[in-house]
Design a protein around this ligand. Sequence first.
Ligand SMILES: [Zn+2]
Length: 146
Amino acid sequence: MFDGIVLSHSHIDHAGFIPFIRSDIPFYASEGSLAILKAMEQTSYGFYEFLELKEKFKIRESKREKGKYIRDRDSSIRREIVSLKSDFKIGEFSFHFFPIDHSIVGATAYVIETQEGSIVYTGDIRFHDLLFVKFVELSLSRKKQR
Ligand SMILES: [Zn+2]
């Protein structure tokens, strides 16, 4: 069982399998990443279901013909989505997030504190921007606070 999924950014090689994740597993993403996923969902004609899942196999009785069953195209399930606002916890792990430079809005890096030490998850990053330097400084300052 998974307690949560953190998204680094909304490029398809990182977010492309979100539609296959169970809807009751919360996923955490920046506002920018969620906005891009929403735009992709709205313009893909049902191909991508990042934020709202359609129940493809749900059937209901036809309103026009009693006894006839049809696929219910209107039913949908909202995912449990957490837009990053402040540091958060998943189980016993504490997550700190930072904006990071990458070729898409909303790219996020994480420092994950565990009982055994800290884990840095950068996702994809570019090194030619001060955001990377700031991220390294913030990561190191978190380490010194422990
Ligand atoms: Zn990327």
